[in-house]
Design a protein around this ligand. Structure first.
Ligand SMILES: [Zn+2]
Length: 216
């Protein structure tokens, strides 16, 4: 069984997910911890449960999802798994962050690139990598078939879809990702989104305001 813990960080209210199973191996998805207090909160949880972090995963490389990459990578000596097409955003992040008044610590260049169809394995758990671009150019989602859940980054939220006005965003691409990839996972699949509460595929199919487009 996969345990999923959600931390909400910085004023962006970004959801950082920690997933672990009975082996105590864990991954962190989109570590948004920025302040020392936020880093301590995440670290304290990992240590209090005696978890072993095996990887840091980024669904995409917007600033609020990557603040804590370097901290976790250095503390636990683990690699960063990210979509290759998001690397340019990550590498530009120190400069970008300054414009918004943030300090950004660049992560060690220990990258593993996520590719659709590949899997992330930790403990007894498997996450399948699904390409879901549109909110950003190379966004990925991580799907557990066994647990019926998906970490979807900022593609799909409860009652809305991700914004597409940031660099490389594209509305049609995002709708296509939701329609052909996320909706295809099954109605009972829980969606852990990058912001806000979780939702599920069946609910979003029934209630999404863009459902007219989706049915075409
Ligand atoms: Zn984003």
């Amino acid at each position: 069984m996969l345990n999923v813990v959600c931390f909400r960080f910085q004023h962006y209210n970004e959801n950082t997910y920690l997933a672990f199973d009975s082996t105590r191996e864990c991954v962190v998805i989109d570590p948004g911890c920025y302040s020392e207090a936020e880093k301590s909160e995440l670290l304290d949880y990992i240590q209090s449960k005696d978890l072993k972090l095996t990887a840091v995963l980024n669904t995409h490389c917007h600033i609020d999802h990557v603040f804590g990459n370097a901290f976790l990578m250095k503390h636990f000596s683990v690699p960063l798994h990210l979509p290759e097409g998001e690397l340019r955003f990550l590498e530009a992040m120190p400069q970008f962050a300054l414009r918004f008044g943030f300090q950004f610590e660049q992560a060690p260049k220990e990258y593993c690139f996520l590719k659709e169809g590949n899997q992330i394995r930790f403990g007894k758990s498997v996450l399948e990598i699904i390409s879901t671009p549109g909110h950003s150019p190379d966004s990925m989602s991580f799907f557990s078939n066994e647990e019926n859940l998906v970490f979807g980054g900022d593609a799909l939220f409860r009652n809305r879809i991700g914004r597409v006005d940031l660099p490389g965003g594209n509305y049609e691409t995002l709708c296509n990702s939701i329609k052909t990839k996320l909706f295809a996972l099954g109605d009972d699949v829980t969606v852990f989104s990058g912001h806000g509460v979780s939702t599920n595929i069946g609910y979003e199919k029934d209630t999404s305001r863009f459902i007219c487009w989706m049915k075409n």
